[in-house]
Design a protein around this ligand. Structure first.
Ligand SMILES: [Zn+2]
Length: 420
């Protein structure tokens, strides 16, 4: 017996069974009192997930809870918000905004993902934390201003420590514990555009599923720092933290390394950021996360012929594997003028291509020109707009394509990714 899902967001929803031929036109008429633009009818093709959910998107199925974390004197506590659906394993945890200035873009991608997945496709369970570092998000800064600790350097945290250490402790207790898979969203946030993901040993299939323009292999160890910090990060304009600054010398590790140490499978995504294509990048991240969840067995693989949900199961763009990467920084403070705009993030350019310039803020004389160092050069991170930068600020992260002679899987056949 065919079954059809009648999905009317915010109004009603239910699973409709019919004996034989369904006259969809008549069905549509029968609900004509509702806004037709908001009515979606799609054929159910999968079986019920392990959670027995039937209607609506995963976003509608979320149940939210607040965990209060100690903060400053004015408020006493700040609420960490966690949304969960399902109880079965595998359980995936999706985090965004560990660094506050990267937060809203990751939260947008999470919302797009949850909207794109029918809740009945959920085989396992999911927890999302769209704003892991609320005070840092509010300050549009990498770290919470209360203690200026880098949240991604203090896991597993300390329930008796300062605010950021307590935050890490709360995330461990309420989110990381019990997670079989962790997807950690970072990105360019408010000051740059990123186009890569990190591939951890044993988690290569998850990294490939992301469909990032570039993939960088990263070992897990306490000595290897987090994506942004690992690549170096220093920015006056974007409050992107400072190399060796806050948190240096404190015990602790990135969320990804801690989750790996607990036996979870992990992928870290560094994609998107403030630019005219921010929605497209977020959509690409959402589609990538959906594929990760399919590969991990958290959601069902179904032929998506349901117009109700956003298309997110298309095959990913083959990622280009990078070997060596390098950060380009100003030799002294000044004004940064980009040549490469946001459309070039995630693309390969020939060696010698001028990427941008540093000029004197008074005379506008050029004192430094950033040039693509490799043939070809992968633009992993770039600043798409003018900025006032200090000496040493992260300006570009560029990568060398892994050589074909490498014992690695090799360079994919798609030399130029299609952008966001
Ligand atoms: Zn980050």
């Amino acid at each position: 017996m065919p079954q059809y899902l009648l999905h009317i967001p915010h109004v009603d929803r239910g699973l409709l069974s019919v004996e034989s031929q369904v006259n969809l036109r008549a069905l549509s008429k029968s609900v004509s009192m509702f806004d037709r633009e908001r009515i979606r009818i799609g054929r159910r093709t999968g079986t019920l997930g392990g959670n027995g959910m039937t209607g609506g998107s995963l976003r509608e199925a979320l149940r939210w809870k607040s965990v209060l974390v100690g903060c400053g004197a004015a408020h006493g506590t700040v609420a960490l918000q966690l949304g969960s659906a399902g109880k079965a394993h595998p359980h995936v945890l999706i985090t965004a905004g560990i660094h506050g200035d990267e937060g809203p873009w990751g939260a947008l991608a999470i919302a797009m993902l949850l909207e794109s997945v029918p809740s009945r496709d959920l085989l396992g369970s999911v927890t999302v934390v769209p704003a892991c570092n609320p005070l840092a998000m509010e300050a549009d800064a990498r770290c919470a201003p209360l203690d200026s600790l880098d949240l991604n350097r203090v896991f597993p945290g300390d329930p008796g420590g300062s605010h950021t250490q307590r935050l890490a402790g709360a995330l461990v207790e309420h989110a990381v514990a019990g997670a079989d898979v962790v997807v950690d969203l970072h990105g360019g946030g408010s000051w740059c555009v990123n186009a890569f993901a990190f591939s951890f040993p044993g988690c290569e299939d998850l990294a490939e599923a992301v469909g990032a323009p570039f993939l960088v292999t990263r070992e897990s160890s306490r000595s290897v720092s987090h994506p942004s910090r690992h690549l170096g990060s220093r920015s006056r304009a974007g409050s992107a933290g400072s190399a060796g600054g806050a948190g240096a010398g404190r015990a602790g590790m990135p969320l990804s390394d801690y989750a790996l140490s607990r036996g979870a499978r992990v992928v870290a995504i560094e994609i998107g950021g403030r630019c005219p294509a921010e929605n497209e990048w977020a959509s690409r991240v959402a589609a990538g996360m959906r594929r990760v969840m399919q590969v991990a067995g958290v959601v069902a693989r179904v032929d998506d012929d349901r117009p109700a949900m956003a298309p997110a199961s298309a095959a990913p763009t083959a990622s280009i594997h990078l070997g060596h990467s390098e950060v380009l920084r100003p030799s002294r403070g000044g004004v940064f003028l980009p040549e490469m705009r946001h459309e070039q993030a995630g693309r390969l350019v020939p060696a010698g291509t001028v990427l941008g310039r540093m000029v004197d803020p008074i005379t506008l004389d050029t004192f430094q020109t950033f040039v693509a160092p490799f043939q070809p050069t992968a633009l992993m991170l770039l600043r798409p707009a003018m900025a006032v930068l200090e000496a040493g600020a992260m300006t570009y992260v560029v990568g060398r394509v892994r050589e074909e002679s490498s014992p690695s899987p090799g360079t994919p056949s798609t030399p130029l990714p299609a952008g966001p």
